[in-house]
Write a protein that binds this ligand. Sequence first.
Ligand SMILES: NC(=O)c1ccc[n+]([C@@H]2O[C@H](COP(=O)([O-])OP(=O)(O)OC[C@H]3O[C@@H](n4cnc5c(N)ncnc54)[C@H](O)[C@@H]3O)[C@@H](O)[C@H]2O)c1
Ligand SMILES: [Zn+2]
Ligand SMILES: [Zn+2]
Length: 368
Amino acid sequence: MKMRAAVLEEFGQPLVVQEIDIADPRPGEVLVKIHACGVCHTDLYTASGVDPSGYKDCVLGHEGAGVVEAIGEGVTSVKKGDHVVTLFSPECRKCENCLSGKTNICTAIRAQQGQGYLPDGTSRLSRNGKELRHFMGTSTFAEYTVMPEIALAKVNPEASMEAICLLACGATTGIAAALWKAKVEEGSTVAVFGCGMVGLGAVLGSQLSKASRIIAIDRSKERLELAKKYGATDTFVADENSVATVLELTKGVGVDYSFEATGLVSVMGQAVEAARMGWGLSTMLGVAGRGEKLEIIPRYLITGRTVQGGSFGGAKGRTHVPQLVDMYVDGKIDLDGFVSHKLTLDQVNDGFDLMKKHDGIRSVIVFD
Ligand SMILES: NC(=O)c1ccc[n+]([C@@H]2O[C@H](COP(=O)([O-])OP(=O)(O)OC[C@H]3O[C@@H](n4cnc5c(N)ncnc54)[C@H](O)[C@@H]3O)[C@@H](O)[C@H]2O)c1
Ligand SMILES: [Zn+2]
Ligand SMILES: [Zn+2]
């Protein structure tokens, strides 16, 4: 079948929106018609050529939501017409990691996905008979995608696709980190470093967990205003004294939970130092540059702080994303407030430009 898609042809150059071919789903796979897709940093990171593991030509995009159009042989968990959110982080429920119950990092299709292929080692995407590769197992900057059923979360069809596509990556990362990875307790104190979509999600997740104090820190005053909307009780503009300010706000002890959502290793260090002695738990969500190291004075650990991190905020895609969609439908989480710009597929490169200018939280591509 022919469809329009945004193809990464040259690193550092705009994506080229064009007509390409997509093949039918094979056993265990699903054809999804994409209705909405967020534009995320990871897409830009790969498109720019900075990511050393990046490859081309491929179709980018990984924050997708859509409707099942057709299923391959043996698919049982979704059927035609189901609404789904795409998962770059699958959940097979059969691999050693899934069965452990200790991690959301499913290993079922990891090796092939990392190379840009579906689990059987081939691609469903092509142009003029020449193979194009998939990206993050999702390739949602396109009218359709073919994905393994273990990488699709079946969700409440009442929810707006333009909002819930954000649960495919950024929004879930922050919210899940607070709710299920750090398990923020009622009445506790929290500091969130960085108030982009990931950090705002952590603020919101902490509010849902009934934290009594949520300190939001960012370089941008505008984003701090948004953080207040999402539940921050205290905000301040970040500087080299951010740790001292958090300590001042918490009677000198620091917070029960800190979250880092900037991708800067220096800020990760601040998040550790702002966590309290005895039980402070510091959760790293940002993706640092390759080869960068996080420095921690061991005394912070000996005196009872714990440091953890979480891909996708530790969320298990097929289990947790449908729950978050229901919370959105019930009015408990405001995803619409994260959508700053709506674009067409042809404007995908404008989405990257807006991100570079820090204009808005998220741009969402809406398909007809
Ligand atoms: N763990 C995951 O699976 C996962 C998923 C999505 C995104 N991420 C990563 O999370 C990070 C945040 O993503 P985002 O979409 O929210 O990005 P974003 O760029 O929208 O937000 C980052 C925020 O950090 C702020 N900031 C910069 N310097 C700061 C400082 N010194 N102190 C405090 N704040 C500072 C910026 O002003 C900005 O508002 C990125 O590194 C991204 O790659 C991780
Ligand atoms: Zn992302
Ligand atoms: Zn698994």
